[in-house]
Design a binder for this molecule. Sequence first.
Ligand code: NAI
Length: 304
Amino acid sequence: MAEIRFDGRVAVVTGAGGGLGREYALLLAKRGCKVVVNDVGGAVDGTGSDATPAMKVVNEIKEMGGEAVPNYDSVADWEGAQNIIKTAIDNFGRIDILINNAGILRDKSFLKMELEDYHKVMEVHLNGTFYCCKAAWPYMREQNYGRIVSASSAAGVYGNFGQANYGAAKMGIVGLMHVLKQEGAKYNIMCNVIVPIAGTRMTATVMPPNLVEILKPEYVAPIVVWACSEKCTFSGYTFTAGGGYFSRAAFVEGPGVRFDVSQPITVEMIDENIDKIVSLEGAKPIENATAHTINALSHLNLGG
Ligand code: NAI
């Protein structure tokens, strides 16, 4: 099989100064992509800043013969996000690929979570992803090409104790990608999600050291880089990856039950049928909100 290459393509990888983002940047660059290595260089909780991590990754890329430039702006700031994308345009003339990977953690049980912890996490993850997409979108639309991969998390997709802020933000990102999938379809812009599992400084806060060592970010990067390639014609997909495992997660809808609306529908009828209502036997993913509505109302004679 021919090698999947990125010659002539330009990528922005946010939060690429370490962990998963660094791995995405290195793999793209190895395959000929020009890369903007963005990283604000703060602590896991989002405090502080340091140019060193982004600069180090740029140097690594240059040492292996690749092309990269650093950017130190915060994705959480609209001006910053615009500047991140502008760095790609100014240095390389285009933007084909955006990996929304920058992230912070401020875990606390819901009772103890301060509003500031909520806002900071939303700002980096959800606002940051929204801002970077928004800044890149006009270029991708204009050139009729774009690949966007945004980092979500099992904490949002499935839930995790102590991560109300993070889980909400990460699931917001899934919703954003589902909408951008619709709006980008006509322009060959594919918008997907990665739910990774990897040992990084972020997961070192919760994972035992041996797992951090085993679960290398390089085991996640191949599917993210594939989703950034011309080969990827999927959009609105949520890929999961970690430790050599690759899969797809999705919202699915069960066949449900359909009551005759010419009769009153009572709370007791729900109770009597609740097992059927919640059953996922024969469940399927649904393409978009319109398809959901058509499917949901298919038993009604709506006329027209
Ligand atoms: P990491 O902490 O090693 O990397 C995150 C990077 O984002 C850091 O280098 C940090 O400086 C940068 N960053 C933080 N705020 C920023 C901002 N405002 N602007 C620009 N850069 C900023 O963490 P890791 O594990 O590599 O995480 C990468 C992404 O994957 C995150 O979005 C994280 O939430 C997500 N994720 C990771 C999992 C894992 O198992 N490692 C699991 C689920 C999701």
